[in-house]
Design a protein. Structure first.
Ligand code: PLP
Length: 436
């Protein structure tokens, strides 16, 4: 579902005209649809309902407290990758007992904090990490629940920067070594071998890589389960979404586009995976991030300048790569639409930010309606890996975030005051001896 649509010529989020949010909160502005977040969670939850399962939303995709609370209210667990994310989940009212802690570099302080809070499992990425968790658990006189992240060596056929399940990258323990690792881990007194985990990559748009990885994992999982009495199997996240024209300048029928027709839906995912998983005898965990948050958010920006050179038509906007880095970082495509739809001719346009980097662009040579200074644009499908990757580069304050629920809208993160970008910095005393 898409919480964003045109009514007349105006772009709405649910039942709120996005323009009214711009007037109230300014730009750049992230706008999230609560109904879309909930709908995506529930669609996947329903599709997987034949299995004993738990969705652990991947917090790193969008960690705003209001987003986390929306999902916690629906019963979601959380996939976290730092103590900071665990603290966010707790601050949002989430249950640490439904959290799985992933990541290759957990520090001692993070492990101790997560143990004290009672996370459901540490998803472990190396033997030294197992030993470290065992040592800390011993010191705290506890048993640490762990699962080893298996690298199934399956190509996810997605962008190189988001492929994680092959031996080329730093994640997990090689398939062939996993049983030996569980054997040694079973002799570590302060560990509880609770499960096994995999995650092969992100923005995967066909079911085959998941099916391949699960099929490859199952015999191993069953051997591990028989030997060590496990409780869960996590099949990771990575379900892809449609980024291609969704609103297509307001023309109805976007859901008939080939990208939308071919996309991996929860139904297709479940139809192929539930039969494989239903006799494993383990609770199935999933860790979707992008699937839940991606299409639930947009980034709204104002046209500051229209600049025509001999060859090019540039729209220079007030959002930049520091607000949304995906185009620069992943060569990502984001559909860009005006807040007020226009019929008629389009012109090939580069939408660019004000930052002094040639990577600071949102699209190149994209047919867009002719726009003027002061008009507004929405970058669609910016709900995942958008705000969370924002930085203060160029001393640009972090954008504001708004959550919409039907006719209601709330500022869920105020625009960062610019002074905060240097709060915490100091000039050392020896520099102050010279009076200005
Ligand atoms: C990033 C990540 C996810 C979420 O990936 P999406 O593509 O957003 O679904 C899930 N599990 C792990 C271990 C991850 O690192």
């Amino acid at each position: 579902m898409h919480g964003f649509h045109y009514l007349g010529r105006k772009l709405f989020c649910e039942r709120v005209p996005v323009e009214t949010l711009v007037r109230k909160f300014g730009t750049p502005l992230y706008v999230y649809s609560q109904a879309t977040l909930a709908d995506h969670f529930q669609k996947l939850n329903r599709a997987m309902s034949p299995l004993d399962h738990l969705i652990c939303y991947a917090v790193k995709a969008n960690s705003n407290l209001a987003v986390l609370r929306t999902l916690a209210n629906l019963g979601s667990g959380f996939d976290i990758v730092s103590a900071g994310e665990l603290r966010r989940v707790i601050a949002a009212g989430g249950d640490p007992g439904k959290c799985v802690f992933a990541g290759v570099g957990k520090t001692e302080a993070e492990i101790e904090f997560a143990l004290r809070k009672g996370v459901y499992s540490f998803n472990v990425e190396s033997e030294p990490e197992l030993e470290r968790i065992n040592r800390i658990a011993g010191r705290l006189r506890r048993k640490a629940p762990v699962a080893v992240r298996v690298n199934p060596n399956v190509a996810a056929r997605t962008h190189a920067k988001i492929t994680t399940g092959t031996y080329e990258n730093k994640f997990g323990i090689a398939y062939e070594q996993v049983e030996g690792v569980y054997e040694r881990a079973s002799r570590l007194k302060h560990l509880h071998l609770r499960g096994v985990q995999m995650h092969i990559g992100s923005q995967i748009t066909t079911v085959e890589p998941f099916e391949q990885a699960v099929s490859k994992m199952l015999p191993l999982v069953q051997r591990l389960h028989r030997r060590h009495g496990l409780e869960f199997l996590s099949i990771g996240g990575g379900i892809g979404i449609v980024y291609e024209p969704a609103l297509a300048s307001g023309r109805p029928g976007w859901w008939k586009t080939s990208a939308a027709k071919n996309i991996l839906t929860p139904r297709k995912y479940a139809d192929r995976l539930v039969p494989l998983l239903k006799d494993v005898g383990l609770r199935i965990l999933m860790e979707p991030g992008r699937f839940i948050a991606g299409n639930a958010g947009i980034l709204v920006t104002r046209v500051e300048y229209v600049k025509r050179t001999g060859k090019k038509n540039f729209l220079i906007v007030d959002a930049a790569m520091n607000d949304l880095i995906r185009p620069a970082f992943y060569d990502a495509y984001h559909e860009i639409v005006p807040l007020t739809a226009r019929n008629g001719a389009t012109i090939r346009t580069d939408v660019v930010g004000p930052i002094c980097e040639s990577g600071d662009f949102f699209c190149k040579d994209r047919p867009l309606p002719p726009l003027r200074e002061g008009d507004h644009l929405a970058l669609l499908s910016a709900g995942a890996y958008g705000f969370v990757m924002a930085s203060n580069y160029n001393t640009r304050p972090l954008a504001a975030e708004v959550l919409v629920n039907g006719r209601q809208a709330a500022l869920v993160r105020k625009r960062q005051p610019v002074e905060q970008t240097w709060a915490g910095e100091t000039v050392p005393p020896w520099l102050k001896t010279r009076r200005l």
